[in-house]
Design a binder for this molecule. Structure first.
Ligand code: KIV
Length: 274
């Protein structure tokens, strides 16, 4: 008799409870095959709007649509059993009003089955985050460098070097915590700022380019694997370089097709050659 053991998925409550404990392991995921490889090793799989750049070849994340996020979110939820899946809300889908944010977040949660959503913003979105969390939408916030605000910020640059900037980020962290966010991504902030805000808020900080002073780290999977080199931030450690491996496999495939030397149906279906 076989006994089926169902492994419980990591919940947003579990994530919240990891504050100050074992660091949270977070990677981005956009597709089912990659999700299956990452899922056992991650606490959170983030369906990030970085998919606009990584999957769709856009220059920024601004052109990402709600439908794209829903399609990829659904694939990641379906292919995972362990990690808590968080889906990014794309630019323009939550900034207009609390009601617009709720309508679109509810759509993402219902149509993907994800556990939570992420949105970029601090004090200016505290009201919206409160509105969402009071209505059953778990929110992960994203402060510091906010890629959706790249034009307003004048480019991708580290945040918090000036005292006023550092104080603003810490105020953002406090505001989104009070509004009920269960965790916060802190992007592109200098180490003293990450350390200070991680110490003063009660929810886990998940850093990206924000030093080891956070409660966990998130990276874009394709950066980690060497699969995306349009723009790789300096802080990213590439753990492997899959490009030469893929290139070699494709070259071998092309050579075999041209030489008509690839396996035929007799190989696939076990039909013996006469
Ligand atoms: O869109 C994304 O993938 C993100 C992470 C890099 C934090 O927001």
């Amino acid at each position: 008799m076989s006994v089926e053991v169902k492994i419980k998925r990591v919940t947003t409550r579990d994530i919240r409870a990891r504050k100050g404990g074992e660091p949270l392991v977070v990677l981005t995921a956009y597709t089912a095959p990659m999700t299956r490889l990452l899922d056992p090793h991650c606490d959170i799989l983030l369906v990030g709007d970085s998919l606009g750049m990584v999957v769709y070849g856009m220059d920024t994340t601004l052109g990402v649509t709600l439908d794209m996020m829903i399609n990829h979110g659904r694939a990641v939820v379906k292919a995972s059993t362990h990690a808590c899946v968080v889906v990014d809300m794309p630019f323009g889908s939550y900034q207009e009003s609390r009601e617009q944010a709720f309508r679109n977040c509810a759509r993402v949660m219902c149509e993907t089955g994800c556990a939570a959503i992420k949105l970029e913003g601090g004090r200016e979105l505290a009201d919206t985050i409160l509105f969402l969390t009071e209505r059953g939408v778990p929110v992960m916030a994203h402060i510091g460098l906010k890629p959706q605000a790249v034009h307003a910020a004048g480019g991708f640059r580290a945040q918090g070097r000036l005292d006023a900037e550092a104080e603003a980020i810490r105020a953002d962290a406090r505001a989104i915590t009070e509004a009920g966010a269960f965790a916060v991504v802190v992007e592109g902030t200098v180490e003293p700022v990450s350390r200070a805000l991680s110490a003063e808020i009660a929810i886990p900080t998940i850093g990206i380019g924000a030093s080891v002073a956070c409660d966990g780290q998130v990276l874009v999977t394709e950066d980690v694997l060497g699969l995306f080199d349009d723009f790789t931030p300096k802080f990213v450690k590439r753990y492997t370089d899959l490009r030469p491996i893929i290139t070699q496999a494709v070259e071998t495939y092309a050579a075999e097709v041209k030489a008509r030397s690839f396996p035929g149906p007799e190989h696939c279906f076990g039909i013996a050659k006469k």
